[in-house]
Design a protein around this ligand. Structure first.
Ligand code: HEM
Length: 303
């Protein structure tokens, strides 16, 4: 056994698959506004990845339609106020902007005058997507999206929720109407959150494309180290001035082996994968890895 294989990674922070259900669900929960963003020890590394992407692949990770301006500025201002109040030991107002003490950076507000969501994205691990009411429902009007899970900002910019979710099996008949209705009803003081999950064959956070070719040497014996459970903690809130809806995505990636000492979670994920309709298995690019994942999880769960 290698040294790496002997250490067990920490258990996952979120396990939306624990209930064993594979059917699509809104899964919205009330969000404590104080818990809007989540910071952990990966922040410096993840912000470094964002900085690089925002430089080298800027058009892929940052986009804004002109009508997003007011909501984007509002997002930036809300985030700055939140960080300074909630994490005073980590963020501090400075004359021109904000200091991030975890990365020793000073970010000047004026330096991002044309891209307020970029400043937001450079401060925390979250990605930011701004939704605005329009024809056909709420549309994606701006985003700073450095950690997409197999979608491209360019494909979705300007699209309403129904088209954004076009590739998601069963979304149209099960979720489109309740999600559209929910967006019109989001109250100022009632933010919500939800969590979704998928399995990737890489821990890379910037993942705009589907996997090119499935690795056929992944099996139950090595799946713990070759596959990663990717979970998104998403929040939704209405912005008080513009009335737009802000969607944040905080991505957590754990090796499947993080479930090695968590038999109940392993059982939950296995049951969820078994419960997934075949088209959803395909959509999640899990077809090639399904047996490896189940073999590994059943072993952990003692089945
Ligand atoms: C209540 C709100 C929402 C619900 C219930 C919801 C639900 C879902 C679900 C179930 C999936 C499939 C995930 C999977 O099985 O791996 C999905 C994918 C996705 N969602 Fe949402 N979503 C919501 C809001 C949003 C918003 C506001 C955006 C704006 C950017 C968004 C963008 C996406 C994208 C881009 C995908 C991937 C689509 C693709 O494969 O091309 N979602 N969503």
């Amino acid at each position: 056994m290698t040294e790496k294989a002997q250490t067990t990674p920490p258990p996952p922070v979120y396990a939306p698959y624990a209930d064993g259900r594979g059917q699509l669900a809104m899964g919205l929960m009330a969000l404590d506004p104080g818990q809007w963003v989540e910071i952990d020890g990966n922040l410096p590394t993840q912000l470094a990845i964002k900085r690089e992407l925002l430089q080298a692949r800027r058009d892929e990770v940052l986009a804004a339609l002109p009508e997003s301006r007011a909501g984007a500025v509002e997002t930036r201002d809300l985030l700055l106020a939140h960080l300074i109040e909630r994490f005073p030991e980590r963020y501090r107002l400075i004359p021109a902007g904000i200091e991030n003490r975890m990365t020793d950076e000073n970010l000047a507000i004026a330096g991002f005058a044309d891209a307020p969501l970029e400043l937001a994205g450079r401060l925390v691990q979250e990605d930011f997507c701004l939704m605005q009411a329009g024809e056909g429902g709420y549309r994606l009007v701006a985003a700073c999206l450095c950690f997409p899970s197999r979608w491209r900002l360019d494909d979705k910019l300007g699209q309403p929720l129904r088209s954004i979710h076009g590739p998601v099996p069963h979304y149209a008949e099960r979720l489109a109407r309740p999600v559209d209705n929910f967006f019109t009803l989001i109250k100022l003081d009632k933010p919500v959150w939800r969590v979704n999950w998928t399995v990737h064959d890489t821990p890379t956070l910037f993942q705009p494309d589907p996997p090119a070719v499935a690795a056929h040497d992944i099996d139950a014996a090595n799946a713990g180290d070759r596959l990663w459970v990717r979970v998104e903690r998403q929040t939704l809130r209405r912005l008080p001035i513009s009335g737009d809806v802000l969607f944040t995505i905080r991505t957590y990636v754990d090796p499947l082996r993080a479930l090695a000492a968590q038999p109940a979670l392993a059982r939950g994920l296995a049951a969820t994968v078994r419960d997934l309709p075949l088209d959803s298995v395909r959509y999640k690019n899990l077809l090639a890895y399904r047996d490896a994942v189940l073999g590994y999880l059943d072993g952990v769960a003692g089945l």
